[in-house]
Design a protein around this ligand. Structure first.
Ligand SMILES: Cc1ncc(C[n+]2csc(CCOP(=O)(O)OP(=O)(O)O)c2C)c(N)n1
Ligand SMILES: [Mg+2]
Length: 570
């Protein structure tokens, strides 16, 4: 094993060099006084050519975290983020929760106010250094991250960084948090030696237990009407083919419930849409595959006799305080390795006659479903304000097959299906709004040759700091197409209220409070103000042409574009 030595002046320089050596390409950053030693080290590297991660300026922490999230989900590499002490961490907590619930590994760091009031290099020299210091800065997100620590000195640097990265990337992945006091970053370090490659690596994933796989085979083989429900099997692109093969071979229908990743191509013969409700009564065995919420029990649950198997890297979602779905068997393991093993077991026991009957039945169900969707699209195509189903279908009409869709959360996948792995990303199951714009920019950073389309609600767009997002798109040359489905409201709040109180005061009111978003700014002009193409679309008939114009602006002119699509409430 090789030891490498670097001539550095201080811990900050060694830290950035080590991040680069460990494969961190980007440091998404929102700076403050705590950054002084890092700004200095970046400036020095620009002169000397010493490798460091590329700093990516983000003018709000939510944007920094969301960009890092989008970059990580597409590149499958680990991003680093740095924010300003306690206050920056506070702004980043929502993004960290989004990433944690989606098992996105990231190194989330923050400065720590200088500890000393004078004497050491980096000691307090601005009035904020007293008030910004907290007893327990990491306490704000200790529950969210997999590990947190504070760098105490330069001598532990290699151990700390390697431990942070190996824990973040060990399945199930997730963010880790490291605070960096200013005096520690500024401390002199006469030379820095470290192992290359790293001697502390991530743990290999747990292999599915053989006995548990046999039991799952037994349950599925005995079932006449098995069903698979997934949300995130496709987080690992290799799982998409595994699921496609498995479903096709055994004619098992698959529902993608609230998908965050494409797990099965939308045109797969076993794809039965995005809502398991119609199939729950008939199912006699359900395989819940990388899915935290397969159905909503207060609305509809499977029959009591239906066997339920959960498979995933953390099939119990152990970080969720409450999750009580029936679970007759839970198998820890990645879908990409568990499904072929299940398939091999089922191959030995399942007869082809039963399968051909089931294949026919699944085919009929799918035909009815797809015909229903088509009918919906036709019936809403001319509605004004525009229907989100029509807007989704129009997006399907312009997007190349390899385009990356980032959905927060108004795109309707049933009207805009994707077929390739890693081309669809839905917002985190934690649903901390304000993610989509930044995530799309991060996705573009990871895949510069692909068209990236962010589909946002008017509400979610506002949560995402649009001015900061458009600025980042321009300054980092990340042209993305933003489609805002603008119904001038928080439709979700309306639906929740009417769902709980269908005949209540709000239902009777013409204008219930805290739902309508009146006097919204012209989102398209905000994009244009940052150098992008912007267009407001009210007429459903011109939406396809408007989308073509916007796609052209992004792909040919290489500038961002925003369509402000005036939609009806839903
Ligand atoms: C950070 C955060 N704050 C509040 C919410 C609650 N919330 C969920 S959906 C929603 C409204 C979203 O509005 P919009 O994006 O316009 O979509 P619509 O429901 O109108 O289609 C709100 C406020 C949330 N999920 N995250
Ligand atoms: Mg809305």
């Amino acid at each position: 094993m090789a030891r490498k030595e670097l001539a550095v002046d201080n811990v900050a320089e060694a830290y950035l060099a080590l991040l680069a050596e460990r494969g961190i390409e980007y440091l998404f950053a929102n700076a403050g006084t705590d950054f002084a030693p890092l700004v200095e080290a970046f400036a020095k590297s620009a002169r000397t050519g010493a490798p460091v991660p590329q700093p990516v300026l983000a003018t709000h922490e939510n944007l920094a975290l969301s960009m890092a999230h989008g970059y990580a989900m597409v590149s499958r590499r680990v991003p680093a983020i740095m924010v300003h002490v306690s206050v920056g961490t506070a702004n980043g907590v929502c993004g960290a929760l989004n990433a944690a619930r989606e098992n996105v590994p990231m190194l989330f760091t923050a400065g720590r106010s200088p500890l000393t009031e004078s004497g050491l290099p980096g000691a307090r020299d601005v009035y904020i250094h007293w008030a910004q210091e907290m007893f327990d800065q990491a306490g704000m997100l200790r529950e969210i991250v997999k590990w947190e620590y504070e760098l105490r000195n330069g001598h532990q640097l290699e151990t700390v960084i390697d431990r942070a990265l190996s824990i973040a990337t060990t399945p199930p992945g997730g963010p880790v948090y490291l605070s960096l006091p200013r005096e520690v970053l500024a401390a002199s370090l006469p030379g820095f030696a470290y192992d290359m490659p790293a001697r502390r690596v991530a743990a290999a994933p747990a292999a599915p237990d053989k006995g548990a796989i046999d039991e799952a085979v037994h349950i599925l083989a005995a079932a006449n009407h098995p069903l698979i429900i997934t949300a995130s099997a496709g987080r690992d692109p290799a799982a998409v083919e595994a699921l496609a093969d498995f479903a096709r071979r055994f004619a098992i229908p698959v529902v993608e419930h609230r998908p965050r990743h494409l797990s099965l191509p939308a045109d797969h013969p076993c794809h039965l849409g995005y809502d398991a409700t119609p199939y729950l009564d008939g199912a006699d065995a359900i395989l819940v595959l990388e899915c935290d919420v397969p159905w909503i029990p207060s609305l509809k649950a499977p029959r009591p006799g239906c066997k339920v198997i959960h498979i995933g890297v953390d099939p119990l979602f152990s970080r969720y305080p409450i999750r009580g779905f029936p679970c007759d068997l839970a198998v820890t393991g990645a879908a990409a390795s568990a499904l072929p093993e299940l398939g091999a077991g089922l191959d030995r026991v399942v007869g082809d006659t039963a399968l051909s009957q089931r294949r026919r039945r699944v085919g009929e169900l799918r035909e009815t479903l797809v015909a229903g969707w088509q009918k919906t699209r036709e019936s809403v195509a001319t509605l004004r304000p525009i229907h989100m189903a029509w807007a989704s279908a129009c997006i399907a009409g312009v997007k190349p097959e390899d385009a990356i869709l980032v959905n927060e959360y108004t795109l309707m996948p049933k009207h805009c299906g994707s077929t390739l792995p890693a081309t669809y990303f839905g917002s985190s199951t934690a649903s901390g709004l304000g993610w989509g714009g930044g995530a799309a920019l991060g996705a573009k950073l990871a895949a510069s040759d692909r068209l990236v389309i962010a589909v946002l609600g008017d509400g979610s767009h506002l949560f995402g700091n649009p001015v900061a997002v458009h600025h980042a798109s321009a300054v980092h040359k990340l042209p993305v197409l933003f489609v805002v489905m603008n119904n001038s409201m928080w439709g979700a709040v309306r639906r929740a209220t009417l769902g709980m109180y269908p005949r209540g005061e709000a239902a009777r009111s013409n204008k219930p409070p805290l739902i309508d978003l009146d006097e919204l700014p012209a989102f398209e002009q905000v994009c244009a103000a940052a150098g992008g193409y912007g267009e407001r679309v009210e007429d459903p008939a011109i939406l396809p042409a408007a989308l073509e114009r916007a796609v052209r602006a992004v792909t040919v002119e290489r500038r961002q574009a925003l369509l402000n699509v005036i939609c009806r409430g839903h």
